[in-house]
Structure formats: structure tokens, C-alpha cells
Write a protein that binds this ligand. Structure first.
Ligand code: C2E
Ligand code: CA
Ligand code: CA
Length: 556
């Protein structure tokens, strides 16, 4: 935030010189420390600004920069009062009403709003525990560094802790947090000015290393870093060892962010095949496994064409009525050589390659077809939950395609539900929000999947059309042994109810878990205790039995 002595910078884009004169006159009376740059166009003006982010833009409609170009708070200069608020502007000034006081208020508001947005941006790009950049922040940093250096002297590192989940389970959350903080401190101690560190996930980090002056530096640093991380950690009076795997990839001229991240990731996985704390540098040998990936991608593409995918459906039970109220569609790949493959064996590849988009449409289309088939058998309507990946939201055709599929299959959209993870809704949140709202207008519902494993802000959640929250199976699974886990699940259920959301407990495997969830007021459950995911014909049989005997044999 700018100190009071710093001049307020105004960028004035006007096709009519009289605006300049009129504004100058008002500013003179305000006596504020203001510097004004007048220019005929954004292109000229931006080249005159040292740090364009710290200015306010005043422009007549004719001189407006193209939509996303300036990203400055915009005050529109108008000849007459508009009928309605012009879109995308902070405020506007009308020539006839332009007084020093109006100008002062208008500038102050625009500036405060900008400061608030900068602060929010910082929050969205920062990891709450460690204060270093998060995945989103890192993507911004990396893109900027690659653009600035054209790929020269940039080395990317991807670091993953081995068995962190294990440590986390053994230590509890506070212990796990303390461990992460120690890891971050050790990494930071090895970095220099110009290097950046980010936390990509619970136990994953990215490093952006400056190797301009010294190309061998990355390797030396990796040696020191892996040695430093191999030392024992002290957590709550206990000593423990944590392995780590570091992958490095050197950028080349013209490198872009995504392939570079992927190369560092492959190198990290190569490092993982060795025990302890090791690193690997992306090279041709590793590259071969990338080609292998290209083969797998081709195979998955063919599987889609040859109709080798299947959907299995896992029922969801309402604890109040004891009836099945919904299904979750889970995709499987009937592989000609390897047999039935589960999503963890091919969905990540589909997400990385973008194939998740066509695959996702196939899933939706098949699920809608099967919904109608079940209705045709005379089954009562059930909610059909479909998992959506973040990548599917980036597809501009999502909304029209869904509209068409719903129409073609003739399903009532209110029975359709999409499951999104917290991480998915928080990434590019405004874009996701727009699409979700548009889909919600079709009647579709949304649920928040794997709740508790990612990060989401409540303010944000409150603004999204979400009706259900699904508590991740890791929390449900841990309820038996650990009182903390029980408290956590109870707190999550209360939190969801306070947000007016219904709660589904996932991964319920025994009656003890079921009883606890019931006691905590959980609305629905899903898990092997009720049923695993079933192929359509088996599901139909299961549902018919359930219809005759609504309590499904559970003591509810
Ligand atoms: P998820 O959405 O969290 O799905 C629940 C997973 O937990 C399923 O694994 C399910 O079989 C398993 N599960 C259900 N009940 C129990 C239980 O009582 N105990 C245990 N231990 N596990 C249980 P699955 O089918 O292997 O799916 C894994 C993940 O793959 C899903 O996690 C989901 O994130 C993703 N996925 C599945 N189908 C699709 C799809 O069509 N599109 C996308 N984008 N992702 C999908
Ligand atoms: Ca799910
Ligand atoms: Ca889940």
C-alpha cells in the first residue's frame, strides 16, 4: 500500500484535450500529491509508466484499452450520466458534475478498492501455513520469470516428501504442520536471492532457481538440500526421519511453464524410485518414460473410441429415511490386456493430457443414459453425482454441451449433481463461479468432494451454488482410532450445517463409523458398508432389493 507521501499516479486517456484541462483545474484545488500522465492511447501510456500496477486509469469511452490489457482500476469519463452502471468500471465522472470534491471521493474509492484487491490476490496466492507462495502463486511467478528471462538461467525443482501422510497420521495435524515448517526453514536456508519456493500441495514443493550466472549451481544446491532434508526432525519431543525426492528441469530458450513443470515432475518420480533423500535431473533417459506416457495417452484415446470405458455406480444412503437417495458414477477402464483399471490409474493422465474433457463428456452422457434406463425400470428418481475435474471447467463448451446432453436425454436437471474438489473450485475461482452459477440455473446441483483434504475459503464457498459437502474418507476412516478425528468430523458436519449444506460421509466401512456419523447428525453416507460401486445391472438388482426392504438390513 502506498505511503501518503508517494504521489498518486493518474493515467489520463482522453480524445478531447478539454478533459485534461478540467481535471487539472480540479486537482490543483485538491492540493493532493498527484502525478498525471496524459496520453492518446493505452499503448503509449503504458510505455511511460514505470510500475503500471500502481496507477488509476481515467479514460473516455473512445480511448479505453482492450478488455484485459490494463487491469488498472478504471474511472470512466462521460459527457452525460449513463442509464445504468457501465460494466467493468470502478466508477465514473460526468463532465457537468465534475467538482474537486467529486473527484477526490472518486479517486479515493478507486484506490482503496485496488488495495483491497491486491491484498486478496496476495491471500489467494499464498500458502496459509508457511506464508510462501501456493500453487497458484507459483504459476504466476514461473510464468513471469520465463517471460522475463526467455528461459535462460531458470531451473525448476519439484520436491516431494516421502511418506508424509504416514508421518501426519502418526503425529497428528499439529505435528504435521510443525514438520512442514521445519522443512520449509531448511529449504529456505539453502536458497539465494532470486530463488523462489512454493508449496504445491500438502507435501509437495516447487523451487524456482536462478542459474543465470552459474549453470552448475542447481546440482550443487540439490546435493546440499537433499542432505539437509535427510537430517532428523524434532517434532513434539520425538525425532523422525523423512525421505524426499527432488526433480530438476532446466528451462531452454522458449520453454513454457507447463512442459517444464511436467519435466521436473518426471525427474522427481525418477528420484522417488530410490530410497532416502535423492534428486534427479531431467534428461534423455527420463525422456523415454515421457514417450511412454505418449503411448499411454494414445491407448486411452483409443479406449474412448472403442468404448472400453464403463461406469460403475456407488449408492448413497439417507440416514433419516434409510433409503438410497443417490448414486455416484465412477469410471473404469476395461483394458484388453490389463483387465479392469481404476481411475487412479488413468484419470491423472487424462487430466494432464486434456483427454479428461472428452472422457468427461462420455461419462456425463453415459450417466444420463443410465439414469433414464433406471427410470424406465420404474425406479424412483435418484440423484446422479458425476465427478468433474478442474480441466473440464476450462472448456468453453461445457455449458452448451451439458445443456444439449440434458435436452437430448430428456432428464430432469434437478437430479443431476456434479462433484468438485475444494482445490478445483478455488483455482481460477471467478471463472469456475460463473460456470457453476450458469449450470445451477439449469437446475443442476453441486457438491464439494473430498472435503478437508484441500483448501477453500468460506467466503468463497458461501458464494457458490453448493448444496452438499462430502467428508473425505480419510477422516471417516480415522474416526475409530482417534478422538481428534471424531472431533474433526463432528466439527465438519456442524460447519456444513451452518453453511446450510447437507453432509455426506464417504468411505463408511463399518457400523461403528455409521453410528458415529448418525450421532453427529450426518445426513447421508456412502461406502463399502452400504455397497461398493456396481456395474449397472448389479446396481439395478441392488436397488430392487432395497425397494422392498428400505432399511437395507442396517440398524439405523
Ligand atoms: P472419489 O470421488 O473420492 O470417489 C470415491 C472413491 O472411494 C471411489 O474410488 C470409491 O470406489 C472409493 N470408495 C467408496 N467407498 C469406499 C469405502 O468404503 N472405503 C474405501 N477405502 N474406498 C471407498 P474410485 O472409483 O477408485 O475413484 C477414485 C477417484 O477417481 C474418485 O474419488 C474421483 O476423484 C476420480 N474419478 C472417478 N470417476 C471419475 C470421473 O468420471 N471423472 C473424474 N474427473 N474423476 C473421476
Ligand atoms: Ca467423488
Ligand atoms: Ca470423494
Amino acid at each position: 500500500m502506498s505511503a501518503p507521501s508517494e504521489p498518486l499516479r493518474l493515467l489520463l486517456l482522453a480524445d478531447d484535450a478539454s478533459w485534461t484541462a478540467q481535471l487539472d483545474a480540479c486537482l490543483a484545488q485538491l492540493g493532493q500529491n498527484v502525478s498525471v500522465i496524459s496520453a492518446p492511447s493505452w499503448a503509449v501510456a503504458s510505455s511511460l509508466l514505470e510500475n503500471p500496477r500502481q496507477a488509476l486509469l481515467l479514460s473516455t469511452p473512445a480511448c479505453l484499452p482492450a478488455a484485459d490489457d490494463s487491469q488498472l482500476p478504471l474511472i470512466l469519463l462521460l459527457e452525460s450520466e449513463p442509464d445504468e452502471a457501465p460494466p467493468g468500471v470502478c466508477d465514473w465522472l460526468v463532465r457537468g458534475n465534475l467538482t474537486p470534491d467529486a473527484l477526490r471521493r472518486c479517486l479515493r474509492y478507486a484506490r482503496e478498492r485496488q488495495q483491497m484487491q491486491d491484498a486478496l490476490q496476495l491471500l489467494a496466492e499464498q500458502d496459509a501455513l508457511t506464508g510462501i507462495a501456493n500453487r497458484q502463486g507459483f504459476q504466476t511467478l514461473l510464468a513471469a520469470r520465463l517471460a522475463e528471462s526467455e528461459g535462460r538461467g531458470v531451473t525448476l525443482g519439484h520436491l516431494d516428501l516421502d511418506n508424509f501422510r504416514h508421518a501426519n497420521d502418526a503425529l497428528g495435524y499439529q505435528g504435521g504442520d510443525s514438520l512442514i515448517l521445519q522443512v520449509v526453514a531448511r529449504i529456505k536456508a539453502e536458497l539465494q536471492n532470486g530463488d523462489q519456493l512454493a508449496r504445491l500441495g500438502s507435501d509437495e514443493f516447487a523451487l524456482l532457481l536462478d542459474t543465470r550466472r552459474d549453470p552448475q549451481r542447481a546440482e550443487r544446491l540439490a546435493t546440499r538440500l537433499t542432505a539437509a532434508l535427510a537430517e532428523p526432525y524434532w517434532v513434539e519431543g520425538e525425532s523422525l526421519l523423512v525421505g524426499c525426492s527432488l526433480g530438476l528441469a532446466h528451462a531452454r530458450v522458449g520453454s513454457t511453464a507447463d512442459p517444464l513443470m511436467w519435466h521436473a515432475h518426471i525427474a522427481m518420480q525418477q528420484a522417488k524410485s530410490q530410497q532416502g533423500c535423492t534428486f534427479h535431473i531431467y534428461d534423455e533417459r527420463v525422456n523415454r518414460s515421457a514417450r511412454n506416457r505418449a503411448d499411454q495417452e494414445g491407448e486411452l484415446r483409443r479406449a474412448l473410441r472403442r468404448d472400453e470405458l464403463e461406469l460403475h455406480y456407488q449408492p448413497r444412503l439417507c440416514l433419516e429415511s434409510g433409503r438410497i437417495v443417490g448414486l455416484e458414477a465412477l469410471v473404469r477402464w476395461q483394458h484388453s490386456e490389463h483387465g479392469l483399471l481404476y481411475p487412479n490409474e488413468f484419470v491423472p493422465l487424462a487430466e494432464e493430457s486434456g483427454l479428461i474433457v472428452p472422457l468427461g463428456y462420455w461419462v456425463i452422457s453415459r450417466a444420463l443414459r443410465d439414469m433414464q434406463w433406471l427410470r424406465g425400470l420404474g425406479m424412483p428418481a435418484l440423484h446422479m453425482a458425476i465427478n468433474l475435474s478442474f480441466r473440464q471447467f476450462q472448456d468453453s463448451q461445457l455449458l452448451p454441451t451439458l445443456r444439449r446432453l440434458i435436452d437430448e436425454r430428456g432428464v430432469d436437471a434437478q437430479w443431476l449433481e456434479f462433484e468438485l474438489t475444494e482445490t478445483a473450485v478455488m483455482r481460477r475461482s471467478d471463472q469456475v463461479q460463473q460456470t457453476m452459477l450458469a449450470l445451477a440455473r439449469l437446475g443442476v446441483r453441486f457438491s464439494l468432494d473430498d472435503f478437508g483434504t484441500g483448501f477453500s475459503s468460506f467466503v468463497h464457498l458461501n458464494n457458490l451454488p453448493i448444496t452438499l459437502l462430502k467428508i473425505d474418507k480419510s477422516f471417516v476412516g480415522g474416526m475409530g482410532e482417534r478422538a481428534e478425528n471424531r472431533q474433526l468430523v463432528r466439527a465438519m458436519i456442524n460447519l456444513a450445517h451452518n453453511l446450510n449444506l447437507q453432509v455426506v460421509g464417504e468411505g463408511v466401512e463399518n457400523t461403528e463409523q455409521l453410528a458415529l456419523l448418525r450421532q453427529f447428525g450426518c445426513d447421508q453416507v456412502q461406502g463399502y458398508l452400504i455397497s461398493k460401486a456396481l456395474p449397472l445391472n448389479e446396481l439395478a438388482r441392488f436397488l430392487v432389493i432395497g425397494l422392498r426392504q428400505p432399511l437395507l438390513g442396517f440398524k439405523l
